[in-house]
Design a protein around this ligand. Structure first.
Ligand code: PLP
Length: 272
């Protein structure tokens, strides 16, 4: 830790997610984001992807027993202050993560319900969507984008912000978790976000955060980075609203300055 920071100030944050070898999304984005928010980053890899900024060429999901071995190796030795869960791949992986969460009960669990990449490639087998739904009640915070929110509910995608908030309320009621509803997939000049919880855990059932839309084609890994940042901030602050207030300007800066990077010809990374 830098001078003046004791280990007590550095939350130990474990990302359980897939690898993006081009560094923009997945576990690579998670580790950069955890570091940017002052956490000690750890990574248990659920799946390997062969991908770059133009799309996903292949997915390899190692045996779930080996993911369990990674998770146990970490938690047998290291106190895990927060967990961020991203790409899971298939139902065996989901079962392994679920068993480990029930055993270890980490203090902060953020689930980014990754289903399909922006490029259109599936990152979770369709047959595993029901198993993902059963994992969600173990989350403290769920961070779906609007297509994922709709798919989790089995409803059409929200066409406007009020409809998105209604869907957020339904997912919060169903899971007991707090839901971060993200306006990034809506059209228009604003880009609001909201924290939604129906169990009385927030200062109001819906807490909205205004934001302006940042126009860039480099948005690869935005969701991964945001969910890891929230896990890290929450481990330190213990308050989702304060965490989102801290994280949002960082994410806006990473999007605004993404053009400074020259990484690939497709949907490039944000400047984590
Ligand atoms: N690759 C991995 C391993 C991911 O976990 C994710 C998203 O969570 C993506 C790719 C998708 O990134 P994007 O949709 O931002 O391009």
């Amino acid at each position: 830790a830098p001078p003046g920071r004791t280990s007590r100030d550095v939350p130990r944050v474990l990302a359980i997610a897939g690898s993006d070898p081009s560094g923009g999304a997945g576990i690579q984005a998670d580790l950069k984001s955890i570091a940017a928010h002052g956490g000690y980053g750890m990574a248990a890899i659920t799946a390997l992807t062969a991908q770059n900024t133009t799309g996903v060429r292949g997915v390899h999901v190692p045996p779930a027993t080996f993911l369990s071995a990674q998770l146990d190796a970490v938690s047998d030795d290291i106190q895990v202050d927060a967990v961020k869960i991203g790409m899971l791949g298939d139902a065996h992986v989901i079962a392994a993560v679920r068993g480990w969460l029930e055993k270890v009960r980490p203090g902060v669990v953020v689930v980014d319900p990754v289903l399909v990449a922006t490029s259109g490639d599936r990152l979770l087998q369709e047959s595993a969507e029901a198993a993902l739904g059963e994992l969600l009640p173990l989350a403290d915070l769920i961070t779906p984008n609007l297509p994922e929110l709709a798919m989790l509910l089995g409803e059409p995608e929200a066409a406007d912000w009020p409809a998105a908030l209604d869907q957020g309320r339904r997912l919060a009621a169903r899971t007991g978790a707090t839901v971060l509803v993200k306006g990034g997939h809506l059209n228009g000049s604003t880009c609001p976000d909201a924290l939604v919880n129906t169990a009385g855990l927030l200062s109001a059932e819906v807490v909205e955060f205004a934001g302006e839309r940042i126009s860039t084609r480099n948005s690869h890994g935005t969701g991964c980075s945001l969910s890891s940042a929230m896990a890290t901030a929450q481990a330190r602050l213990g308050d989702w609203e304060a965490s989102l207030r801290a994280v949002k300007p960082w994410l806006a800066g990473a999007l605004r300055t993404s053009g400074q990077l020259e990484v690939g010809a497709g949907n490039g990374p944000i400047n984590h």
